[in-house]
Write a protein that binds this ligand. Structure first.
Ligand code: UN1
Length: 510
């Protein structure tokens, strides 16, 4: 079955880790792609060297000259064809995401659906790259702004969304007239290679030059650094840890380039006395256990009113006990493995910290063993009772740990909610209008995403995705996120026979 998937996605034999429309003969070291499901190697990839990165960047720059001259709606037509190609490979690419990353099949296919949705969105956007017009203060003058393609965009993505996050960036960048160089996580290179095989076919069929969509796989010390320090790449869009984001931010700012950062989250749900608990439990389970707690939007903190605390804990313990852990390719599995043993180790370290600080584990947190579980990558999801001030609660541990915190007043709940460095996603479960509105007001959640009776994860692509504070401030996907991928130009046209300066300044010799 695995062989069939790999064959359909043209992934047999050693793969090249760099290409710009066709594969280069790479000169970097060989990396293995290991499935967290059973610890087996599913493929080998020869990574890109600095020189390979240079060829890719040069091609992306050359291709930009051609691509930017294609009218935007015509670029949209290419994106439409790319979306259809994703449709054709949804099952296989979704399965590969499960195989290489370990998320359950439904989520793997969901990711490909997100790519399709992004393509559809970008097709429409290609006809809506709107600028404003302004009334000039000078007689006989017209002012307006327009948006131009910005150049090659570097897209750095994390292991947890091996294909969807690239599509948030790439589909919009294509509509905007940019070319894209993608550096995927070295933990999931095959997903990226498969994606290139799908999209390059579309580009070739349309007689487009190489370099519109490119890939560089390799270590961040070589490939990542080459990308972020390259002055020919005006925009770097990166998803990953806060530490990585700080480094990228500094390096790119040093050369006065632009960044779009989507970094850590430490997302909370506030559950109030009037909440529909059944609804809340379902959202909490999906948010905390889904993708084995490895989403930026994973629910990591639960801030619960003390009056409903015992009932909610009881319902959660029951729900957690029904979570089937195992092979993510099997239909009945709800939670697959963590990405690798290091991830399991950091989960254990976090739980130890929590307990040292006075936290109390109410459920799970164990490493599973026996049979498939001997990989050491499978854990039980954990519920941990904690105070709001525990230092570990303020950190993002990329694992299924849910910290429970009690509150008394809504003001207190919001204070706990905002008292972490991250600011990505947030939610309140309430049927009380005032509480909902306070949460959404500027007195409420300080996150980029704020939901009422909807959990923290699983955002739709139509909204702008991203967050504040340590999350980095970038916005990707829908709404007007496209503006980050273009340069703005303010234009003034004088259709009079006079030259009246603005601000009424007189500047005449006679
Ligand atoms: C991420 O984890 O980096 O809202 C992105 C969600 C998904 C995206 C998560 N649509 O959970």
């Amino acid at each position: 079955m695995i062989e069939d998937i790999l064959r359909t996605l043209s992934l047999t034999g050693e793969q090249s880790g760099a290409g710009n429309g066709s594969w280069l003969t790479c000169t970097g070291e060989v990396m293995e792609s290991v499935s967290p499901i059973d610890g087996q190697t599913i493929g080998r990839v020869r990574s890109a060297s600095r020189e390979d990165c240079e060829s890719v960047s040069a091609a992306a720059l050359r291709a930009f000259d051609t691509w930017k001259m294609v009218p935007a709606p015509k670029r949209g037509e290419i994106v439409r064809q790319i979306g259809n190609a994703f449709r054709a490979y949804k099952k296989e690419l979704g399965a590969l995401v499960s195989l290489e990353m370990g998320k359950i099949r439904a989520e793997g296919e969901g990711e490909v659906q997100e790519m399709i949705d992004m393509a559809d969105f970008a097709v429409g956007q290609s006809r809506m790259l709107y600028g404003l017009t302004m009334h000039s203060e000078r007689p006989g003058h017209r002012m307006y702004e327009q948006w131009h393609p910005i150049g090659p965009v570097g897209v750095i993505t994390a292991f947890n969304f091996p294909v969807a996050v690239w599509s948030w960036n790439a589909m919009i960048a294509l509509a905007a007239g940019d070319t894209v160089i993608w550096k995927p996580s070295s933990k999931v290179p095959l997903c990226a290679i498969a994606t290139m095989n799908i999209v390059w076919k579309v580009l070739r069929e349309n007689g487009l030059p190489e370099g519109i969509l490119s890939l560089v796989v390799g270590k961040h010390e070589t490939v990542g650094e080459a990308l972020i320090s390259d002055p020919r790449i005006p925009l770097i869009s990166a998803t990953g840890s806060v530490r990585m984001g700080r480094h990228i931010g500094q390096t790119v700012k040093e050369r006065l380039g632009k960044t779009l950062l989507e970094l850590g989250g430490n997302n909370a749900i506030i559950v109030t006395p009037s909440a529909n608990l059944q609804l809340a439990v379902r959202a909490i389970l999906f948010g905390a256990v889904g993708t084995a707690g490895q989403r930026c939007t994973t629910t990591r903190r639960l801030i619960v009113h003390q009056s409903i605390y015992p009932a909610l804990v009881e319902a959660l313990l029951k729900a957690y006990s029904h979570v089937r852990i195992g092979d993510p390719l099997e239909e009945s599995t709800l939670m697959g493995p963590l990405i690798d043993r290091e991830a399991v180790e950091s989960m254990q370290t976090a739980l130890k910290h929590a307990q040292d600080e006075g936290g109390r584990i109410l459920y799970g947190g164990e490493i599973l063993s026996g049979g498939l579980f001997d990989t050491g990558t499978y854990v039980t999801p954990c519920i941990c009772e904690a105070g709001p001030d525990l230092s570990i609660v303020k950190e993002e541990t990329f694992a299924p740990i849910l910290y429970l915190i009690r509150y008394d007043t809504i003001e207190e709940a919001i204070q706990y909610h905002n008292a972490v460095p991250q600011g990505l996603s947030s939610a309140i479960f309430t049927n009380n209008l005032k509480e909902a509105e306070v949460f959404l007001s500027h007195r409420g959640s300080d996150c980029g995403i704020a939901n009422v009776n909807v959990g923290t994860s699983g955002a739709e692509i139509g909204g702008a995705f991203g967050g504040e504070k340590d999350t980095g401030g970038g916005r990707e996907a829908g709404s007007d996120a496209w503006k980050a991928y273009m340069r703005r130009q303010t234009c003034t046209i004088n259709w009079s026979d006079d030259l009246p300066p603005a601000q009424g300044i007189r500047f005449k010799t006679t």
